[in-house]
Design a protein around this ligand. Structure first.
Ligand SMILES: Cc1ncc(COP(=O)(O)O)c(C=O)c1O
Length: 405
């Protein structure tokens, strides 16, 4: 990774995204209509950095020279995706395993629809990204929570409980977040193997959401679930996208790897049945450009995010154990516990929104065991992050007499 002062790309400028309907910015305004116009929010997981110039160029070239009609992924696109995963994740997939969808959440929903029946049970490890709940319950399946064990400010999987849940004949699927949002955990090969063993023993399908797998920090290595073994490759749906990594989520394009042909056909049929068989042409153009030409940008954005993550960690650690920061191993999301502050959850959230203009995700949106947590999106210019932290520091002192070291 590069040193910050030798950056080739601009990670200091940012745009006012109100007028373009940014979910994150509109959410900020609805939470606090009087918010200072200069504040950059830190909630919804996209980044407030300018898009990689090479991606912009490819989109412009395409728009200037082509039509925007109905499109399917062409061979060169699929080859680029396969090459990227072979090179960066040591995952040897074939082009025809890929199904392109408008997003990861839609792929999770389609998987639940295609591979389970109404009333079936699906295991999730909580706390977890909130659509995991919605795609299961919204389709009248039953959530079986396997809460992560929170110990020493880290999460681990409760394998004893997992096996107990998996042994029910009603359980058909594990919906897995790999790396984990909100904890930023890069699961180890050993952990994946233990999950695999349970899935094989009880004949479960694994749907692995790997949207956060490209931004992984030093010393950690992401393992694609489908690459763990031949057996799991056959019972696994691997959901990937360049959207989170390269900040192009608005272009709605994801690549779902399904090795087993029968499963793949069932997935495609379920998508077609609800009119979802198309891919966004500009999403494919951007994804191809990202994987082929965006690697320098990716290298630099990782450096900035790691720097921002360290600033957040240092800030909260200066409060003498009142906050506990789960050091992210992946992605631009930091999970912070504030239980020791002894301020009620709802009161603290209101304090952050209204007084501090410090807009983050409420931990409770990730499940009941997200109580007394917040999730901070660190994908914003360092200066704006520091301003947000300064405001928090000021009002912690002013309103609660909570002072850093
Ligand atoms: C774990 C996870 N999966 C999926 C998504 C969203 O994916 P998409 O926009 O492609 O539906 C997010 C976005 O924050 C996420 O964190």
């Amino acid at each position: 990774m590069k040193e910050v002062d030798k950056m080739r790309y601009d990670f200091d400028s940012y745009l006012n995204r109100r007028e373009t309907g940014s979910s994150k910015w509109l959410n900020m305004d609805s939470r606090n209509p009087n918010v200072d116009r200069d504040v950059v929010p830190m909630s919804v997981a996209d980044m407030d950095f300018l898009t990689c110039t090479e991606i912009n160029e490819e989109i412009c070239n395409y728009v200037n020279s082509q039509t925007l009609g109905y499109s399917k992924p062409v061979d060169s696109y699929l080859q680029t995706v396969v090459d990227f995963f072979r090179e960066h994740h040591n995952y040897s997939a074939e082009k025809d395993w890929i199904v392109t969808t408008p997003g990861i959440v839609s792929a999770l929903a389609t998987s639940v629809n295609a591979f389970t029946e109404i009333g079936d049970e699906v295991i999730i490890f909580t706390p977890v990204y909130h659509p995991f709940y919605e795609v299961i319950e919204g389709q009248k399946r039953v959530i079986k929570e396997c809460p992560l064990i929170y110990n020493n400010n880290a999460y681990s999987i409760n394998f004893e409980l997992l096996e107990k849940l998996a042994s029910s004949s009603k359980v058909k699927m594990i919906l897995f977040c790999n790396p984990h949002n909100p904890g930023g955990i890069v699961w180890s090969k050993e952990e994946l193997i233990r999950i695999e063993e349970i899935a094989v023993k009880y004949d479960l399908l694994i749907v692995s959401d790997e949207i956060h797998s490209d931004i992984v920090f030093k010393g950690k290595k992401h393992m694609v679930f489908g690459s763990i073994s031949e057996t799991i490759g056959e019972r696994c749906v691997v959901c990937t996208a360049a959207s989170k990594t390269f900040n192009i989520a608005g272009l709605q394009c994801s690549n779902i790897f399904i090795k087993n042909e029968d499963l793949r056909n069932e997935f495609v049929t379920a998508n077609v049945n609800i009119g979802l068989e198309r891919a966004n042409i500009l999403g494919m153009v951007a994804t191809k450009a990202a994987y082929e030409k965006g690697l320098n940008w990716l290298d630099e954005v990782k450096t900035i995010i790691e720097k921002n993550n360290n600033i957040v960690e240092k800030f909260f650690n200066s409060y003498n154990n009142l906050f506990k920061v789960m050091k992210p191993e992946a992605s631009f999301l930091t999970w912070v516990n504030f239980e020791n502050l002894e301020i009620e959850h709802e009161e603290f959230m209101k304090f952050l929104d209204i007084k501090c203009e410090f807009f983050v995700n409420d931990g409770l949106s990730f499940g009941e065991n997200g109580k007394y947590f917040i999730r901070i999106n660190t994908g914003l210019p360092t200066k704006k992050l520091e301003e947000n932290l300064e405001r928090l520091k000021k009002y912690l002192k002013e309103c609660y007499n909570v002072i850093s070291k």
